[in-house]
Design a protein around this ligand. Structure first.
Ligand code: MV4
Length: 448
C-alpha cells in the first residue's frame, strides 16, 4: 500500500479522496492554487503545496508544478479526482516514468478512450453494443453523403477528439448534410486542433445510462450497476439516480456483465464509466470515462462499495477486493448537484457563504468542501456540494430528498437548491418519466 498520496484536485472530490486515504492510514498531500489557500482540502490534508496562481491552467493543470510537489513531499502516488488532469494520458505517463503511481488506468487505456473513434472500435471488438454509424472517420463529402444514406436520417456528426457533447452537429436530411459536416469539421478543428469527425444515427429521445466498472489491471473486473444521468442541462448533469427507475435488474445485469467482461479482456485498471444512450429497450455505447465520476456516491450507496478505496487498492497492485457475486444492489439513491449558480439563469454565483446548514438524518449523505464563512472563488466550476439520498424504494428516496432539500440552507450566494424544490413537484420526475432533453424543455417552458 502507498504511504503518501498527493491529491491533484480541489473541492469536494479532494475531500472525498482525502477521507479514503485517512481510512487506509495513508498520508495525504493537498495541492492548491493561491486562490484556494483557505480551502477545506488544504486544512484537512497532512501537508500542502501551493502549485500556482488562481488560473487552473497554471496550477491544477500545471504538470511540472504537480511533479515538483510530488518530488518535494515524496508522494508515492497521485489521485487525480475528476476533471483537471484525470484523463490526461501524458500526465499518467510522466508520473509512471518518475515512479509515482497514477491512481487510475494506464496511459494507454486513457488514450484509447480519449479518441472517440478508437473507443468505439474497441467497444465493438469487446462486444459492447454501439450506435449504428460510420466505420471510423468520415473524411470526404462523398463519404459523408454515402454514409448518411446508409445510416438513414437524422444523423449526428461528432468530433473524434470531442466528448461530453462538444463538437456535435445534427443533419435532419440530405439538404443539411454537407453544411453540418463541414461546420462540424471546422468546429472540431477550432476546439480540438483536429478536424476528424465521424457519423452516427441520431437518437431522438434517449436516456443517458452509464455502467460503473472497476478493474484491477490483472484481468479481474466487476460492474456496480447503472446510473441514470438523463437530467442534464448543456451537458452538465444536475440529478443522477442509481437503482432505476427505467432499467430492470435483469437488463442491468446483462449490460453490466457485458461491460465487466470487456474490462476483463482489456485488463482495465481502476474505476471507469461506460456511457450509453438507452432508447426503446436498447443500449448504445457512446463513450467511456476513465476516471472517478462526480456521481459515484449513488452507486456506493446502493452497493455498499467504497469506489475510491477500491481505486487506491488496485493502483497499489492489490487484486480487486470483490467478485461479481459479492456485489449486491439494494434500494434507490439520488444525487442532486448543489451549484453556486442562479437557479433560473445558471449564471455562476461566487461569494461568501454567510450561513451553512447541510441536511442530515437517515439516508442522507452530503459531500461538500464548503463551510460557513467560506468564500467561493470565481475561478473554478460551480459545484459546491452533492446531496445524496437513499431509500429502500424510489418513493422513499424521493420523500427523503424532499425533506433534505427543505432542510438544506446555504445563504449568501445563489444555489441550485430552489431548482430541486421545483423538480421534486413535477409529475414526470416523480414518475421517472424523463429523457436527456426533459430538463432543457422544462426550463424553456417554465421561465419564471
Ligand atoms: C448522441 C445523441 C443522440 N444520438 N449520439 C452528447 C454528449 C456525448 N457524450 C454524446 N452525446 C449525445 N450523443 C447519438 N447517436 C445525443 C447526445 C446528447 C446527450 C447525451 C447524453 C447526455 C446528454 C445529452 C444531451 C444532448 C445530446
Amino acid at each position: 500500500m502507498f504511504s503518501k498520496v498527493l491529491i491533484a484536485n480541489r473541492g469536494e472530490i479532494a475531500l472525498r479522496i482525502l477521507r479514503a486515504c485517512k481510512e487506509l492510514g495513508i498520508q495525504t498531500v493537498a495541492v492548491h492554487s493561491t486562490a484556494d489557500a483557505n480551502a477545506m482540502h488544504v486544512r484537512l490534508a497532512d501537508e500542502s503545496v501551493c502549485v500556482g496562481p488562481a488560473s487552473a491552467r497554471d496550477s491544477y493543470l500545471n504538470i511540472p508544478s504537480i511533479m515538483a510537489a510530488c518530488e518535494i513531499t515524496g508522494a508515492d502516488a497521485v489521485h487525480p479526482g475528476y476533471g483537471f488532469l484525470s484523463e490526461n494520458a501524458r500526465f499518467a505517463q510522466i508520473l509512471t516514468e518518475h515512479n509515482v503511481t497514477f491512481i487510475g488506468p494506464s496511459a494507454h487505456h486513457i488514450e484509447i478512450m480519449g479518441d472517440k473513434i478508437t473507443a468505439k472500435k474497441t467497444a465493438v471488438e469487446l462486444g459492447i453494443p454501439v450506435v449504428p454509424g460510420s466505420e471510423g472517420a468520415v473524411a470526404t463529402e462523398a463519404d459523408a453523403l454515402r454514409t448518411a444514406k446508409e445510416i438513414g436520417y437524422p444523423v449526428l456528426i461528432k468530433a473524434t477528439a470531442g466528448g461530453g457533447g462538444r463538437g456535435m452537429k445534427v443533419a435532419r436530411s440530405e439538404a443539411d448534410l454537407l453544411t453540418s459536416w463541414s461546420t462540424a469539421r471546422s468546429e472540431a478543428k477550432a476546439a480540438f486542433g483536429n478536424d476528424s469527425v465521424y457519423m452516427e444515427k441520431y437518437l431522438g429521445k434517449p436516456r443517458h445510462i452509464e455502467v460503473q466498472v472497476l478493474g484491477d489491471g490483472q484481468g479481474r473486473a466487476v460492474h456496480l450497476g447503472v446510473r441514470d444521468c438523463s437530467l442534464q442541462r448543456r451537458h452538465q448533469k444536475v440529478w443522477e439516480e442509481a437503482g432505476g427507475p427505467t432499467i430492470e435488474p435483469k437488463e442491468r445485469d446483462e449490460i453490466g456483465e457485458i461491460c465487466a467482461a470487456a474490462m476483463r479482456k482489456l485488463k482495465y485498471s481502476g474505476a471507469g464509466t461506460i456511457e450509453f444512450l438507452y432508447e426503446d429497450g436498447n443500449f448504445y455505447f457512446i463513450e467511456m470515462n476513465t476516471r472517478l465520476q462526480v456521481e459515484h456516491p449513488v452507486t456506493e450507496r446502493i452497493t455498499g462499495v467504497d469506489i475510491v478505496y477500491e481505486q487506491i487498492r488496485v493502483a497499489s497492485g492489490e487484486p480487486l477486493s470483490l467478485t461479481q457475486e459479492k456485489v449486491q444492489f439494494f434500494g434507490h439513491a439520488i444525487e442532486v448537484r448543489i451549484n453556486a449558480e442562479d437557479p433560473q439563469t445558471f449564471a455562476p454565483s461566487p461569494g461568501t457563504i454567510t450561513f451553512y446548514h447541510p441536511a442530515g438524518g437517515v439516508g442522507v449523505r452530503v459531500d461538500s468542501a464548503v463551510y460557513q464563512g467560506y468564500r467561493i472563488p470565481p475561478y473554478y466550476d460551480s459545484l459546491i456540494g452533492k446531496l445524496i439520498v437513499y431509500g429502500r424504494t424510489r418513493e422513499e428516496c424521493l420523500q427523503r430528498l424532499r425533506r433534505a432539500i427543505d432542510e438544506f440552507v446555504v445563504d449568501g450566494i445563489k444555489t441550485t437548491l430552489p431548482l430541486f424544490q421545483r423538480l421534486i413537484k413535477e409529475p414526470d420526475i416523480l414518475a421517472g418519466r424523463y429523457d436527456i432533453h426533459w430538463l432543457e424543455k422544462f426550463l424553456a417552458e417554465n421561465k419564471a
